[in-house]
Design a protein around this ligand. Structure first.
Ligand code: SF4
Ligand code: SF4
Ligand code: SF4
Ligand code: SF4
Length: 285
């Protein structure tokens, strides 16, 4: 998967035609073969843009910053990223007319060791669902049915005490840095209720119990909204398996809320707006 040339050409054309103020893409990080997001403000820097299976980050996260707010923005989205964009549009956080979206028919991205990422192995929406221009061949990706995440299925096999001990260790290693929240495109609240400095509920304390409450609150705010891009996990300095929280919520919601998957359908307001008398109602989140 390499769309570097096409993306450079598209960005150059958009700047030449005066259609965008900024283009959000990927560039090489400058010291190994990994990439970082880049915000380009003019044609002189278009040659920095790249796109390969190392273009791992969800660029939609940059639509919530002052660098892009109230500007005309070009950006690149893979399938998972585009689902986050759909939610940002539905939740009125961005205006569609201010965006030029380059969608990718994604073949999956790889980690630092070159292995395809787990979310890509399980991905059922690899093609961008919102775009102005689509790169790649639509319909080429393998069609998969929704399956419960492999780690969630493995945890479900374990006794409750073992699961509890595992999660206690996970929460113990959280340093309350909030990088997970900041890296999530769908965490855009101006004042977050779990902010370490302001939240009375969590006392600003860096304790296991405060981390537990903060991460559980956070994951519930993403329930029915998380698109499994794993931006949060990539940002976590403690390398915590944050997908376990989100994928557990996702599978419960999929099963109980009419097979809801976040951001796949434009203007879909989310699982909790989908109340139906036919819902089984036999679970507690
Ligand atoms: S989760 Fe899907 S859309 Fe996202 S990077 Fe992986 S394969 Fe691509
Ligand atoms: S919670 Fe993590 S995986 Fe889910 S949308 Fe936010 S950044 Fe992506
Ligand atoms: S955790 Fe909740 S309150 Fe905080 S930014 Fe995310 S959605 Fe908003
Ligand atoms: S990024 Fe990791 S260490 Fe930081 S608050 Fe989130 S889970 Fe905790």
């Amino acid at each position: 998967m390499n769309y570097t040339n096409q993306i450079q050409e598209i960005a150059a054309k958009l700047f030449a035609e005066g259609k965008i103020d900024v283009f959000v893409g990927y560039r090489m990080n400058g010291f190994d073969d990994n990439q970082v997001p880049v915000l380009i403000t003019g044609p002189q820097d278009v040659s920095k843009l790249v796109f390969t299976d190392k273009s791992v980050f969800n660029l939609v996260n940059y639509l919530k910053t002052d660098h892009t707010r109230k500007k005309r923005v070009g950006l690149v989205v893979k399938g998972c990223d585009s689902r986050a964009l759909n939610l940002m549009l539905t939740e009125k956080q961005v205006k569609r007319e201010n965006l030029y979206v380059v969608g990718i028919c994604c073949e999956g991205v790889v980690d630092d060791a070159g292995q395809k990422m787990q979310n890509c192995l399980e991905c059922i929406v690899p093609e961008a669902v919102v775009y102005d221009e689509l790169l790649g061949t639509a319909g080429k990706a393998e069609t998969r049915a929704y399956k419960v995440n492999v780690d969630i299925a493995a945890l479900a096999e374990k006794p409750l005490t073992e699961r509890a001990a595992y999660f206690e260790e996970v929460f113990e290693n959280c340093i309350r840095c909030n990088a997970c929240r900041h890296s999530c495109p769908l965490c855009y609240c101006a004042k977050c209720c779990i902010d370490q400095e302001t939240a009375a509920l969590y006392n600003g304390a860096n304790t296991t119990s405060a981390a537990f409450h903060a991460l559980m609150t956070w994951s519930l705010h993403l329930a029915g909204r998380c698109v499994d891009c794993r931006n949060c996990e990539k940002a976590c300095p403690s390398h915590l398996p944050l997908h376990l929280l989100h994928k557990q919520n996702e599978s419960v919601i999929y099963e109980n809320f009419q097979e809801h998957l976040a951001g796949v359908i434009p203007d879909d307001r989310g699982a909790f707006y989908k109340y139906s008398l036919k819902d089984p109602d036999d679970f507690i989140m």
